[in-house]
Design a protein around this ligand. Structure first.
Ligand code: GLU
Length: 485
C-alpha cells in the first residue's frame, strides 16, 4: 500500500514554527517514499476555527513550496478535507459503537461532572467519570431524549493494557483502565478531536501518523477506538518537542511566532525548511546547510531523536545568511527587491537594472536577513550632500600615510579610464600599495571610508567600480579640500 500521511492543523491560529515542523517531517517522509500528503483542516472547534487562519496556513505552505496531494482546495478521492464537513461520518461511526455497546449517551450536566470531580479531589483520587449514565435503561434514555435533555456520547473505555510501537520511541504500553470514558460526540452534535481523528485517519487510509510528542497521551484513546471500530491503526511516530534555549516550552519570546512573520523579516523559505528539518532530525553526515531535495533524499524516521530540540534564532539567522550566499545574481535580486524600502529605491534610481544586480551582489556576504539590504545599500544611494554631511561627522584625524593614500588614489582615479571594473580598481590599489610600501589590505580602510563614508560594507572593489569615476572624484576632491581647510 502506498504511504499516505496527513498534516492536520487546527485553524485556530496562524501556522507557527512547531506545527510547521510537524508538517515538514510528514512531507519529507512521504516525498522520500513517493506517497501522498494530505492536508486536513481540523476545525471541530467551531468557535475558535476561523477562515483567516486556514488562509494563513495555506499561504505559509505555499510560500514554502510544500505541495499537497489532497486538501480542502485541491479536493481528492477521500474528501471532504475539513472536519466540519465530515459530521455524517462521525455520526455513522458513533452509531456503530452505540449498537455494539461500546458507546452510550451521557446526560450529565457540567454541574454534575463538577461535583464528581470535587468529590474525587476531596478523596485524593484521580478523577475518572463515574459511568453513571452507562447504567441508564433504554426506556430512561428514550424518555430523556424525548424531553430534549442535552447529551453527549461517551466511549466505553475497555480496561485492558494496550501496547503499541512508536517508530521513534519504541514499545509503549498503557493501562486503559486509567482512562475515563471520554466524550466522542459533543452535545452540539460535533465530534471530539480524538474521535474525528480516528474516523478520518481510517476513512482517508492514512498509513503513518507523525505528530508532536504532546499528542502521545491521546494515542491510547485513539488506539482503543481503532480497536472498537475494527479499523487497522496507522503507524505512529511522535516527534520530540521544540524547546526554547532555556529548555522551557517554546514561547513567542523565543521565536514561536507565525511562519509568515519570518517571511516578513526576510528569511528565505529554504532556510526555514532547512533549519526546522534539523530540529529533531540529522542527516547521516551531519551536514547543516542543505537543500530541500537533499533533505528529502536523506530523510528517514530512524534518524529522528527522542529528546527535545532547541530553537535558536541566532542559528536560524546564521543559516539564512548561508542560504543567501548560495543565491545567484538573478535569484538574489528577485529575493531582495521586495524588501527594499521606497527610500532605498528612490536613492538608487540613478542605477540601471544591471548595475542594481551588481550592487546587490556586492552586499550579499553582509546579509543575514533580506531586510538588512536597506542598511547596506545606503552608501550607494548617498547624494552629494548626504556624503558631505556624513563626512563632516567623520574623524579627519587620519595618519599621514592614510592621507597620502587618498591623495594618490584621487590622482589615479583622475587619470583612469571612464570604464571602471573591480579588476581595474584592484590594479590601481596594487600600484598605490607598492608606491607607499604598504600591504594592499592596509589601503582598504582609508579608501573605503573616504569613498563611501562607511568603515565597513560591501566588497570594496566592486563598490568602487559601481560608484564610478564622477562620484569618486567628487567625493575625494571634497574630502581633500575640506581636510586642508
Ligand atoms: N489538529 C491537531 C493539532 O493541530 C492534530 C493532531 C494530530 O496530528 O493527530 O495539533
Amino acid at each position: 500500500m502506498n504511504m499516505r500521511v496527513r498534516f492536520a492543523p487546527s485553524p485556530t491560529g496562524n501556522l507557527h514554527i512547531g506545527t510547521l515542523r510537524t508538517a515538514l517531517f510528514n512531507w519529507f517522509l512521504v516525498r522520500h517514499n513517493n506517497g501522498a500528503c494530505i492536508l486536513r483542516m481540523e476545525d471541530t472547534d467551531a468557535e475558535r476555527s476561523q477562515p483567516e487562519f486556514e488562509k494563513n496556513i495555506t499561504d505559509a505552505l505555499k510560500w514554502l513550496g510544500l505541495s499537497m496531494d489532497e486538501s480542502p482546495d485541491l479536493g481528492g478521492e477521500y474528501g471532504p478535507y475539513r472536519q466540519s464537513e465530515r459530521v455524517h461520518l462521525y455520526k455513522a461511526a458513533s452509531q456503530q459503537l452505540i449498537d455494539k455497546g461500546d458507546a452510550y449517551p451521557c446526560f450529565c450536566t457540567t454541574e454534575d461532572l463538577g461535583k464528581e470531580r470535587e468529590e474525587a479531589i476531596r478523596k485524593g483520587e484521580p478523577y475518572v467519570y463515574s459511568r453513571k449514565c452507562l447504567a441508564l435503561s433504554q426506556s430512561e434514555i428514550d424518555e430523556k431524549k424525548k424531553r430534549g435533555v442535552a447529551h453527549t456520547i461517551r466511549f466505553k473505555m475497555p480496561d485492558h493494557t494496550l501496547h503499541f510501537t512508536d517508530i521513534i520511541r519504541g514499545d509503549i504500553s498503557f493501562d486503559l483502565a486509567l482512562n475515563a470514558d471520554f466524550v466522542i460526540i459533543k452535545s452540539d452534535g460535533s465530534a471530539s478531536y480524538n474521535f474525528a481523528v480516528v474516523v478520518d485517519d481510517h476513512e482517508m487510509a492514512i498509513t503513518h501518523v507523525i505528530r508532536g510528542e504532546d499528542h502521545i497521551s491521546n494515542t491510547p484513546r485513539q488506539l482503543a477506538l481503532f480497536e472498537a471500530l475494527s479499523y487497522t491503526p496507522p503507524k505512529f511516530a511522535h516527534l520530540p518537542m521544540i524547546l526554547a534555549p532555556d529548555r522551557t516550552k517554546l514561547s513567542k519570546r523565543f521565536g514561536a511566532t507565525s511562519v509568515l512573520d519570518y517571511h516578513e523579516k526576510g528569511y528565505l523559505p529554504q532556510t526555514i525548511i532547512n533549519y526546522l528539518a534539523l530540529l529533531g532530525w540529522s542527516p547521516p553526515d551531519d551536514t547543516e546547510v542543505m537543500s530541500l531535495s537533499d533533505i528529502v533524499r536523506l530523510f528517514s524516521l530512524d534518524r529522528v531523536s527522542k529528546s527535545g530540540a532547541i530553537f535558536d534564532v541566532e542559528k536560524l539567522k546564521w543559516m539564512n545568511g548561508q542560504h543567501i550566499r548560495l543565491l545567484d545574481q538573478n535569484a538574489l535580486f528577485e529575493a531582495v527587491t521586495p524588501f527594499m524600502t521606497s527610500e532605498t529605491q528612490a536613492s538608487l534610481s540613478r542605477y540601471s537594472e544591471n548595475e542594481m544586480k551588481e550592487i546587490i551582489m556586492s552586499v550579499k556576504d553582509n546579509l543575514d536577513v533580506l531586510l538588512d539590504i536597506n542598511q547596506y545599500l545606503e552608501m550607494y544611494g548617498l547624494s552629494k550632500e548626504g556624503y558631505q554631511e556624513k563626512m563632516h561627522q567623520v574623524d579627519f584625524n587620519w595618519k599621514e600615510e592614510e592621507k597620502q593614500v587618498i591623495g594618490l588614489f584621487l590622482e589615479a582615479i583622475a587619470k583612469a579610464d571612464e570604464h571602471f571594473s573591480p579588476e581595474s580598481m584592484g590594479h590601481i590599489l596594487e600600484e598605490i600599495a607598492q608606491n607607499v610600501g604598504l600591504k594592499k589590505g592596509k589601503l582598504f580602510k582609508p579608501i573605503r571610508l573616504a569613498c563611501t563614508g562607511y568603515t565597513s560594507g560591501p566588497q570594496l572593489l566592486t563598490c568602487l567600480s559601481i560608484l564610478g569615476k564622477k562620484v569618486l572624484l567628487e567625493r575625494l576632491q571634497f574630502l581633500l579640500e575640506n581636510r586642508e581647510k
